[in-house]
Design a protein around this ligand. Structure first.
Ligand code: SF4
Length: 435
């Protein structure tokens, strides 16, 4: 199949079946859109749509926003990710709009990217959505889906953008951005694309080479996992706090050298990673579907004693995460928060667990308006019972810590699902897809 045929097939499918595809952010004018897009970085559209009505009511234009202080704006957006930086960016952006652009949101990419908080992706969204320009904003979904299908062969978002623009007819570029985002959000999801229900298989390179051809060697990540299993002997759980992981052994060489540290800091890098972005986990819980879930009991961020025995008749989403206030854990918590109404309606109770104490949990829960309990498992009893402590590597560092894992426990206390490949930003959707 030629590249031209692939593009034609994909575009024709979307033109026919998804003729209207638009941003899910709520806005009424260019000013509101640029504010919403700046806020939406590393956060869900659902959450942004919850905070912007009050913000837009009190700060209806750039002039009003420019007169505010970042501290004041922080209070409006405290439940989105990175509220401190975003508050500064919004006020800075509004000031530049007033002083350099007469209060009008510019339409050119090179002018838009001068505004604080506006990168190339945000600029492309504004240019395409507001000014109907053939600009392609490449986010994580567009990047992944385009590469998987074979529309692009890109290593960076900019390469992806240029390749897509080169092949997509101008009149469809802006809509194609939404087609690819929606397809990535609901079908071609990152961890496990739903190829069995995908309408694009006829044109998809990934489907042809990976799904149809099962004999193809697995990617590097799997090789690393196998290597890790062979070469790493996971250290026994330390009685020390999680926030001070001690450890471990070299992965890249057979010589094993233990390093310990008493400092309550991040783990020491032990091996020079050849690929710094490689991530693997050398341990997964031994608990499996069908096992009786261990009874748990601990105080939450309000000092309430929470016990699994109190939730008989409910489904428990028990999620273990490494640490409060870190980017991945924040995205995961916000994803579960945004779908909390859905979970409640389904008779689910969501409970987070980490080794942080009640005070840390309270700060984290207050900051992001988390409506569920976070258990302070400071003695790591629950973590041990659920076997989610182990050796992992991230960004070239190898250390022991909590392995991000979610257990879905049915109303009879039996484990119904174990999710070890947690997709933090869309974890709620990941759980909802199991039903
Ligand atoms: S066939 Fe699979 S990999 Fe290809 S686009 Fe569809 S979901 Fe994604």
């Amino acid at each position: 199949m030629t590249t031209k045929e692939r593009y034609e097939g994909v575009i024709n499918y979307f033109k026919t079946n998804v003729p209207i595809a638009e941003t899910e952010l709520h806005y009424n004018n260019p000013y509101e859109l640029i504010v919403a897009v700046i806020l939406s970085a590393q956060c869900t559209d659902v959450r942004i749509n919850k905070v912007t009505p009050k913000l837009f009511k009190d700060y209806p234009n750039a002039e009003a926003l420019a007169s505010a202080s970042p501290d004041t704006i922080f209070n409006y957006i405290r439940s989105v990710s990175y509220p401190n930086n975003k508050a500064k960016h919004l006020v800075g952006m509004a000031n530049m709009l007033i002083h350099d652009f007469n209060g009008v949101v510019p339409s050119e990419i090179d002018q838009l990217v001068k505004l604080p908080g506006v990168g190339r992706k945000t600029a492309n969204v504004v240019a395409s959505v507001v000014y109907k320009k053939p600009a392609m904003a490449v986010d994580t979904h567009v990047f992944r889906v385009s590469n998987r299908i074979g529309l692009t062969n890109a290593k960076t978002p900019l390469q992806s953008e240029l390749q897509l623009i080169k092949h997509i007819p101008k009149e469809y570029v802006a809509t194609a951005h939404h087609w690819l985002i929606l397809h990535g959000r609901y079908t071609c999801i990152a961890r496990s694309p739903k190829c069995d229900v995908c309408p694009l298989t006829a044109w998809c390179q990934y489907f042809k080479t990976t799904i149809l051809n099962k004999t193809k060697p697995q990617p590097l990540l799997v090789t690393k996992e196998k290597m890790a299993k062979k070469e790493i002997t996971a250290k026994k759980i330390s009685s020390k706090k999680v926030s001070s992981p001690t450890v471990t052994e070299k992965v890249t060489k057979p010589t094993v050298k233990k390093i310990t540290s008493d400092k309550k800091t991040v783990a020491k890098p032990l091996a020079k990673a050849t690929d710094k972005t490689t991530k693997f986990v050398a341990h997964h819980t031994k608990l499996k579907v069908g096992d009786k879930a261990p009874v748990f009991k601990a105080k939450d961020q309000h000092g309430n004693l929470i016990s699994s025995v109190n939730f008989k008749g409910k489904t428990i989403v028990l999620y273990f995460y490494p640490k409060d206030n870190t980017p991945g854990c924040t995205m995961e918590a916000c994803s579960l928060r945004d779908e909390h109404t859905y979970f409640t309606k389904q008779n689910y109770v969501v409970i987070g667990v980490s080794a942080d104490d009640e005070k840390m949990h309270k700060k984290f829960a207050d900051k992001f308006e988390l409506p569920f309990s976070l258990l302070a498992d400071t003695d790591m009893k629950i973590i041990k019972d659920y076997d989610v402590w182990g050796t992992k590597q991230f960004m070239g560092k190898i250390y022991d810590g909590i392995i991000r894992t979610t257990f879905i426990i049915n109303e009879k206390g039996i484990i119904k699902h174990v999710i070890t490949e947690v997709k933090t930003k869309e974890h709620a959707e990941q759980i909802m897809a199991l039903n």
